[in-house]
Design a protein. Structure first.
Length: 106
């Protein structure tokens, strides 16, 4: 049996998170507010200054980049960066585990 690498686990986790996000958006009602967007450089500086750590980075089929940022307290934020250097906050929450070293037994 082939051993799954850390990079493969990161891709699997990012894919699951993206699919969950996609399903959440598909189930959202019309009254849902639009994502909050700002210039990418400002958003990254803000998150770094608040002690957030980038945990997952994934290139989407749209050409955008999805990132998951996490705090030591367990809060997370999902950001989407566009090629035009605009970043949108699309989801926040708690209790996410994206540590590829903490993988389930197969």
């Amino acid at each position: 049996m082939k051993k799954i690498t850390t990079e493969t686990w990161a891709i699997i986790i990012a894919t699951i998170v993206f699919l969950f996000l996609l399903m959440s958006v598909a189930n959202a009602q019309e009254a849902t507010p639009q994502p909050q967007c700002a210039p990418t450089e400002a958003v990254i500086e803000l998150y770094e200054s608040k002690g957030h750590t980038r945990r997952v980075t994934a290139l989407l089929q749209t050409g955008n980049v999805m990132e998951i940022w996490e705090t030591k307290e367990g809060y997370f934020a999902i950001l989407i960066h566009s090629p035009s250097m605009t970043t949108c906050l699309v989801a926040t929450g708690t209790h996410i585990n994206v540590n590829p070293y903490n993988k389930p037994e197969l």
